[in-house]
Ligand binder design. Structure first.
Ligand SMILES: NC(=O)c1ccc[n+]([C@@H]2O[C@H](COP(=O)([O-])OP(=O)(O)OC[C@H]3O[C@@H](n4cnc5c(N)ncnc54)[C@H](O)[C@@H]3O)[C@@H](O)[C@H]2O)c1
Length: 255
């Protein structure tokens, strides 16, 4: 039996990067996947890859999850297609960067909308469906940016939003437990995806130093994160809730 047999999984931001890998892997492990993305081309490519491999997937795009109404519509439609769902995997995010005295209020709010509020919107919409199902699991993607500062990137809004995601997850674990809803966050270190490839190609010196110090000796790949998310979403993690798992090759334990 595959690890997600019989489960329906909603995954956000499947158009590329870790979301694409999550859709591919969750389907390969037996889940029926319902994905969404802002962009149709990337989403269609993911749907093609999953189906060609024999997986079951439905995709919706364009869906802007930073809009509460669109987020709720996607969740409700997904629930209607499969008669409910078991897993909500909040992967999607977009962020804008700027030094604290330069970032505009608009860019700050955009980042909070597209990294934190979108998680609130999908969870809020999913809650009644998960309760009706008798429980389920929520996997939120945080970041090591949510627990510390860095020199190579003015990540004030991004870090604040991800700290919010990590803390929201803890609260969801408490509010969800009576309904058998588990909630965990996975916080990646540096992972090579379309969003970060530019940094690998031309690393600023402070960033290069960070990468070279990773104890396990390499940067992360999307599957490093999806491996953890898959475990948490499966029944193997049925007594785990509220944790934030850092997956970063050991980088953040260095002083
Ligand atoms: N790549 C890293 O090094 C890294 C490190 C820490 C955390 N993360 C987090 O991991 C997750 C995945 O990152 P990635 O590098 O694969 O990103 P990515 O940009 O490659 O993919 C994100 C996907 O989400 C979609 N998306 C963004 N905003 C959306 C919205 N409002 N509505 C619907 N879809 C939307 C994008 O179109 C894209 O397809 C994100 O939450 C990110 O913050 C990434």
């Amino acid at each position: 039996m595959a690890r997600l047999d019989g489960k329906v999984a909603l995954i956000t931001g499947i158009g590329g990067g870790m979301g694409r890998e999550a859709a591919r892997r969750f389907a390969a492990e037996g889940a029926e996947v319902v994905g969404c993305d802002l962009f149709e081309d990337g989403l269609n490519e993911t749907v093609r890859i999953v189906r060609e491999a024999g997986g079951e997937i439905t995709g919706h795009a364009p869906v802007n999850l930073a809009d509460a109404t669109e987020a709720e519509r996607w969740v409700d439609e997904a629930a209607a297609v499969y008669g409910g769902f078991d897993i909500l995997y909040n992967n999607a995010s977009t962020q804008r960067f700027g030094a604290i005295d330069e970032i505009s209020v608009e860019d700050w709010n955009f980042t909070i909308d597209n990294e934190l509020n979108l998680v609130f919107y999908t969870v809020r919409a999913a809650w009644k469906h998960l309760r009706a199902r008798g429980g389920g699991s929520i996997v939120n993607i945080g970041s090591i940016a949510g627990t510390r500062g860095v020199e190579f990137m003015p990540q004030n809004a991004h870090g604040s939003a991800k700290a919010g995601v990590i803390n929201l997850t803890q609260q969801l674990a408490v509010e969800g437990a009576p309904h058998r809803i588990r909630a965990v966050s996975v916080s990646p270190g540096f992972i090579v995806t379309p969003a970060t490839r530019f940094l690998v190609k031309d690393p600023p010196p402070a960033f290069r130093k960070n990468i070279e110090r990773i104890p396990l000796g390499r940067v992360g790949q999307p599957e490093d994160i999806v491996n953890a998310a898959l475990f948490f979403a499966s029944d193997e993690a049925s007594w785990i809730t509220g944790v934030n798992l850092v997956v970063d090759g050991g980088g953040t334990v260095l002083g």
